[in-house]
Design a protein. Sequence first.
Length: 231
Amino acid sequence: MIVASHRRSGTHFLMQALRLTFGRKLLLHKTHSLASEVRTPAARIEYIGGEQTAVTGPPQQEPILYIVRDVRDCLTSSYHWWRTSMESQCGGILPHFRDVTPAAYIRGAVRLETVPTPHPGCGVNQAHIDLGIFADPAGFWARHVAGYLGQGVPVIRYEDLLRQPRKTLRDAAGRLGLARPWFPRAPRRLVGHDPRKGVIGDHRMLFDAATLRLIDERAGAVMAALGYGPF
């Protein structure tokens, strides 16, 4: 199974929940690739063991499960990610974030036309940059999510996984054709690459009202389609 997501959406948390619930026989991969590229050799697939590889053979045929997180919290975590992570450092992205405020990040102050230092440890490709991963992060989130919604891929909300893990995992099992688990389980602590807080509503500590309105302008329609509350 391929677990797809926008960065900083609780991907590893979901993968660990799937492993705890269904066992290690459920082979899991993850990707932050766009829906338009996930079935192509251009997709970047990361195995759960941590080894990263670009898919160069036939397109992956595994079922896809998408995890989504409130764009406000997702971009809160993304802002810190680009300012501190090894991925950002390896790609030469990190220096462009040093003096960027949270509001400026959402406005698109980071204007990169390409990855400054192409490196296998950096998963940002040209398609992501062209779609605004830095120039329009809220719009990019909306386009990333909408691409998977448009393909009818089953979606799990990170917030539901935190609040109702058993129901969420049982519902996912039904949509994916997996055996209904008797004892669905979620991790007791955060897992993944440099997890931060993982809490719901963390954006309140970072973005002011004007910035939240801008996020709403660029991503509010997709948020509403997913059943998230108003800004």
